[in-house]
Design a binder for this molecule. Structure first.
Ligand code: UT7
Length: 335
């Protein structure tokens, strides 16, 4: 059986650094509230007109460079904020990378999107359909957040992270373990953009059937918090069972970077010391599908993640969706 092995990693953040104080100038919030309730200090917002495909291509180029290649047999993009509702953005990302002609498609699973995209790419490698796949998580979340909704406007940020998956052996460093995934559609209203799809028109298209606020992202934060802790802990436990590792064997837990209190609660549930958490949300906020690859790239670049480290990835997001996997961190060139 061929395994999918991480062979390169890269990330990119747009230029617009936004501090908590900057947000407090625009809405009724404070640096103290944001830091204590979420752990977030700064985030980056795209300038007007910078599409997700640009972020994705920048991160993708760096991941390819880290893998020592300019080629991929496919591009899989996890995003909640595609350039347009139709078509998918991945073909444009492939074009930007000089990969026109390869299969390219988007995966939509909100904050769990990167784990779903890894699954699709690993399946292509396992079946022999591809030798090397570029997997990207990219978001311009600031373009869908309601600027007047302080509970979500302070949480989300923009950015992109990417890995190159290549065919390899199950026992080698970087080989992805079993990816545990799940979903529950009855929780769709917890994290949603209500209008603009087939169910409910965009408010400008049919003002009678949609409220103006329905065009924006909305989240029932407190409920999401509880589900995130439960599902991330449960799926991480399942992923560990597949590898045969015990919680004490885990060197780094890379959870979806939504809220520091969620990460601490998951570590506690799993009986993993909080010192083993990779924390990146303080710099970039919640970047949804980009969150895990951005955290991995940062931890790799800063030496927080070293070759041989036993790593668990876990996420929860809209849908609801969740997932986890485990791997031994490989030796990679930083990009
Ligand atoms: O990415 C997908 C997964 N997403 C998540 O996992 C996010 C999970 N949820 C969360 O991280 C948290 O629920 C939030 C950070 C979104 C909100 O934190 P919270 O501690 O759950 O706050 P809350 O919504 O329960 O609100 C508590 C209070 C309220 O005031 P009252 O009713 O107690 O007077 C809010 O109005 O905090 C108030 N509040 C704020 N105050 C200052 C809410 N947002 C803000 C704000 N600044 N930005």
């Amino acid at each position: 059986m061929r395994a999918a092995v991480i062979g390169g990693i890269g990330s990119w953040l747009p230029p617009g650094l936004v501090s908590n104080d900057d947000l407090a100038d625009r809405m009724d919030t404070s640096d103290a509230w944001i830091r204590t309730r979420t752990g977030i200090r700064t985030r980056y917002f795209v300038p007007p007109g910078m599409p997700t495909s640009r972020l994705a291509a920048e991160a993708g180029a760096r991941a390819l460079e880290s893998a020592g290649t300019a080629d991929a047999d496919a591009v899989v993009l996890a995003t909640t904020t595609p350039d347009r509702p139709c078509p998918a953005s991945a073909p444009e990302v492939a074009r930007r990378l000089g990969l026109t002609g390869v299969p390219a498609f988007d995966v939509s699973a909100v904050c769990t999107g990167f784990l779903y995209a890894l699954t699709a790419a690993a399946g292509m490698i396992a079946s022999g359909a591809a030798e090397q796949v570029l997997v990207i998580g990219a978001e311009a979340f600031s373009t869908i957040v309601d600027p007047h909704d302080r509970s979500s406007a302070v949480v989300f940020g923009d950015g992109a992270g990417a890995v190159v998956l290549r065919a390899g052996d199950p026992g080698e460093p970087g080989a992805l373990g079993r990816i545990v995934l799940g979903s529950d559609g009855s929780l769709a209203d917890l994290i949603t953009v209500r209008a603009g799809g087939s169910e409910r028109p965009h408010p400008e298209a049919d003002p009678g059937r949609s409220d103006p606020a329905d065009r924006y992202f909305s989240m029932r934060g407190r409920e999401v918090f509880q589900h995130a802790v439960t599902r991330m802990s449960q799926s991480a436990r399942e992923a560990l069972a597949h590898t045969g590792w015990r919680p004490g064997d885990v060197d780094r837990l890379v959870g979806h970077q939504a809220n520091l209190r969620i990460l601490h609660a998951v570590a506690e549930q799993l009986d993993i010391p909080v010192e083993r958490l990779v924390v990146h949300l303080d710099r970039v906020g919640n970047t949804a599908a980009a969150s895990i690859p951005l955290a991995l790239a940062h931890a790799h670049a800063t030496g927080d993640l070293v070759p041989g480290a036993r790593v668990v990835l876990a996420a929860f997001g809209g849908g609801a969706t969740w997932g986890a996997t485990a791997l031994t961190w490989p030796s990679l060139k930083a990009a």
